[in-house]
Design a protein around this ligand. Structure first.
Ligand SMILES: Cc1ncc(COP(=O)(O)O)c(C=O)c1O
Length: 248
C-alpha cells in the first residue's frame, strides 16, 4: 500500500527462502500473499531456483503451499547441476500479454542467448527428471528430510547453540544462536568454523553468507535426493562433532 499497488508489476518470492537461512513460511503466509496479489492484480513470480525439481519433496516448492504462480523460474535442480540450464515458465495468460498483434505468428516474446539451441542441457534435464520419477526420489526426499529434521532436533537437545531447526524435504537448516531466548545470532566466524570442521570430516554443508550482515548464522543442508539414512546420519554426526569442538 505504501508503494501504491498500481506501481507493483509482480512479486518475486521463494517458496522457502534459501539465502536468508532456510526460512520456512509460517502457516497462512502463502494464502495471504496469494490473496493480496489477486486483490491488487499483481503477478506472482515464484523463484524455484533452489526449491525447484524435487528439493522439498514435491516437483516444485510452491506445491507444498497450494500456491498458483503466474511465472516460475528454476535452475539448479533442473539438471541437478550436471548441466547448466535454467527455465522460465509462465501461464498462457502471461505469455499472451507479450503479444501486441495476435494475427502475427512471430509476435511472441522472443529472447536470444549464446547457448540457445544447445541440446546438452535439456537432455540432461530430461534424464534427471526421469531418474527422479523412476527411482521415486520425491518419496525418498520426504522420508530422508523427516529423518534429517529429527536428527537435527535431537542435536538441539544436546547443543544449546541450536536455536531453531527448519526444513522442507531435503532442504534443512539449523540456526545457531548465542542466546536461545533472544535468538541473538551466534558469532559468524564460529558458524564458519563448524562448516570447516564438517569439511575436514569429508562432509560438505553450507551456511548463510552475505545475505543479511550479522545474520549469517544458519547451517544449511541440501543432501542429494538419493541420500540414504546412513548418509543423513553421517552428516548429522559430523555436525554433532563439529558443534562440540567449536562451541564446547
Ligand atoms: C533463490 C535463487 N534465485 C536465483 C538465483 C540466481 O540464479 P541464476 O544464476 O540461475 O540466475 C539463485 C542463485 O543462487 C538463488 O539461490
Amino acid at each position: 500500500m505504501a508503494e501504491g499497488p498500481e506501481t507493483v508489476g509482480a512479486l518475486c518470492l521463494e517458496p522457502v527462502t534459501a539465502g536468508g537461512g532456510v526460512i520456512t513460511p509460517p502457516p497462512g503466509y502463502w494464502e495471504r500473499v496469494q490473496e493480496i496479489c489477486t486483490k491488487y492484480d499483481i503477478l506472482l513470480h515464484i523463484d524455484e531456483v533452489v526449491c525447484g525439481v524435487g528439493r522439498t519433496g514435491t516437483w516444485f516448492g510452491y506445491q507444498n503451499y497450494g500456491v498458483k504462480p503466474d511465472m516460475v523460474t528454476m535452475a539448479k535442480g533442473v539438471a541437478s547441476g550436471y548441466a547448466a540450464i535454467a527455465c522460465l515458465v509462465t501461464t498462457e495468460e502471461v505469455f499472451d500479454m507479450f503479444k501486441d498483434n495476435s494475427d502475427d505468428p512471430m509476435n511472441y516474446f522472443r529472447d536470444i542467448s549464446t547457448f540457445g539451441g544447445c541440446t546438452a542441457g535439456p537432455a540432461a534435464a530430461i534424464e534427471n527428471m526421469r531418474i527422479i520419477e523412476d527411482e521415486n526420489l520425491l518419496e525418498n526426499t520426504i522420508a530422508m528430510g523427516d529423518h534429517m529434521v529429527s536428527n537435527l532436533n535431537a542435536l538441539a537437545e544436546k547443543h544449546a547453540v541450536i536455536g531453531q531447526v527448519r526444513g522442507k524435504g531435503l532442504f534443512c537448516g539449523a540456526e545457531l544462536v548465542a542466546d536461545r531466548a533472544t535468538k541473538e545470532p551466534a558469532n559468524e566466524k564460529m558458524v564458519q568454523a563448524v562448516v570447516a570442521d564438517c569439511m575436514a570430516q569429508g562432509v560438505v554443508i553450507g551456511a548463510t553468507n552475505r545475505s543479511l550482515p550479522g545474520f549469517n548464522n544458519t547451517l544449511c543442508f541440501s543432501p542429494a535426493l538419493i541420500a540414504t539414512k546412513d548418509d543423513i546420519d553421517q552428516i548429522t554426526d559430523a555436525v554433532d562433532g563439529a558443534l562440540s569442538r567449536v562451541f564446547g
